[in-house]
Design a protein around this ligand. Structure first.
Ligand code: GDP
Ligand code: IMO
Ligand code: MG
Length: 424
């Protein structure tokens, strides 16, 4: 059975967690393939909100297996907190949660290095989530990292010490004057590692291969979004992993010819948290309304998200890079009440009109060119059928489908599992 992918097409927080949870009924296995606790995936059902960071969003379904793949980076301390929350909800994760031996471990000093690096950058900071993501992937590609499988070796603590000592000298080099008590951080870390070690570690690429052969259905869950991809995003204001479709191949060990559907998730407008260019960003009342109605605050850091109109140039690019086969449009309900909606359909770039994403989308290089759409005033949040959607929203959807040459198969009209409209 081919592996289906679900990916964010913008700068993250598109609503991936919600849709993975909704789609889990159709899958045996949900597998995260990259990122780590920089992610915050929100699920809402039975009147309760749950935020997952490293654990796949299928975890609340009893009959699904949830795999943390080799491409993910794991902070044992945050992972333990996630497990504690699941325990409070009586989720029996022990039988359904599997962890790849090849996933890398975030050490306390990776987090400190992240903070030191950001402080040293000053105004040019990435706006990282400070979860140690960049430094951990740097140690992975630098071939210094510690992997989950290493925790089963007798000498892993010596390797830990050597790496942490090296990190401390790097932190001193930054001269960022960050204060920390490593003994305290390490006490938490080692306690959390013991909890992690009580879970099931597997050779995940073999597991995924055998599952495919046995015709199990697998959904790979992306974190972040395509515009935060280390290669294809707005570098250097990106994360440190491949968030695009190729990342699922390397982050799970799935061969490219074994990819099935590619579900691309996008908000009906655009948000971004952290630094970096954002051509359609709004600094007016419209942006403030999106932020307020959409409750646009980061699920991991609580930071306010920047808001703006939908950027079709960027969305098209993300569809191309990922080979998206189906689109899912989130948060259409947030746009109810806008008299006019704008969609960026081209950029003015060096005096020319272009329709592709150029190398540099800093504000001095590109100016968005907008197409206007009539808004709708109906409250969508109680709707459950495609036939109920207002005409103006249908016109908006049909325009996007035509431009992106891809069907929009889900329209989400609220955070709850049930607020999901399927379109044929
Ligand atoms: P993820 O990182 O892609 O999983 O997305 P986040 O959970 O970080 O952010 C999406 C936010 O929007 C969460 O607070 C969700 O509960 C919420 N959400 C998801 N879909 C919808 C929707 O259709 N309408 C509204 N109003 N909120 C939504
Ligand atoms: P989910 O999976 C939105 C952003 C950070 C920062 C940049 C680099 O919830 O969509 P990092 O900590 O990865 O080094 O930060 O990437 N970022 C996210 N923005 N959603 C996320 O994840 C993000 N993960 C990282 O804000 O700009
Ligand atoms: Mg999020």
């Amino acid at each position: 059975m081919a592996v289906d992918l679900l990916l964010g097409l913008q700068w993250g927080d598109e609503g991936k967690g919600k849709i993975v949870d909704v789609l889990t009924n159709n899958y045996n296995i949900i597998a995260r393939f990259q990122g780590g606790p920089n992610a915050g995936h929100t699920l809402v059902f039975n009147g309760k909100k749950h935020v997952l960071h490293t654990i796949p969003s299928g975890i609340f379904h009893d009959d699904a297996t949830n795999l943390v793949g080799n491409g993910v980076v794991i902070d044992p301390v945050i992972f333990k907190k996630e497990l504690d929350k699941l325990e409070e909800q009586d989720v029996d994760y022990r039988k359904s949660l599997l962890i790849s031996r090849k996933a890398h471990i975030i050490l306390p000093t990776h987090r400190l290095l992240d903070a030191a690096s950001e402080a040293a950058k000053g105004k040019a900071k990435i706006g990282s989530t400070l979860k140690g993501i960049g430094p951990t992937y740097m140690d992975k590609t630098g071939r210094n990292g510690i992997r989950v499988g290493d925790l089963e070796l007798s000498d892993w603590k010596e390797r830990y010490r050597a790496l942490a000592d090296k990190h401390e000298s790097m932190i001193a080099y930054y001269d960022a004057k960050i204060e920390y008590d490593l003994n305290e951080l390490e006490a938490d870390f080692f306690a959390a590692v013991d909890v992690l070690k009580s879970l099931t570690f597997i050779d995940s690429e073999e597991y995924v291969y055998q599952a495919q052969k046995a015709n199990k259905t697998i959904l790979a869950e992306g974190a972040q979004g395509s515009l935060l991809d280390i290669d294809f995003g707005t570098y250097p204001f990106v994360t440190s992993s491949n968030t695009t479709a190729a990342g699922a191949c390397t982050g799970l060990g799935v061969a490219p010819n074994q990819i099935g559907e590619v579900f691309g998730i996008f908000k009906a407008y655009t948000t971004r948290v952290g630094s970096g260019p954002f051509p359609t960003e709004l600094f007016d009342d419209d942006g403030a309304t999106m932020a307020k109605v959409g409750h646009e605050f980061g699920a991991t850091t609580g930071r306010p998200r920047r808001c703006g109109w939908l950027d079709l140039v960027a969305l098209k690019y993300a569809c191309q890079v990922n080979g998206v086969t189906q689109l899912m449009m989130m948060k259409g309900d947030v746009l109810s009440g806008f008299e006019t909606l704008k969609v960026c359909t081209a950029y003015k770039y060096k005096g020319e009109t272009i329709k592709h994403l150029p190398y540099n989308i800093e504000p001095e290089n590109v100016t968005p060119i907008y197409t206007d759409f009539k808004g709708w005033s109906e409250d969508l949040t109680g709707m459950s059928e495609a036939s109920q959607l207002p005409d103006a929203l249908n016109a908006y959807i049909q325009f996007l489908e035509k431009e992106l040459e891809t069907p929009i198969t889900i329209v989400s009209v609220g955070p709850d599992r049930k607020q999901t409209i399927f379109r044929s």
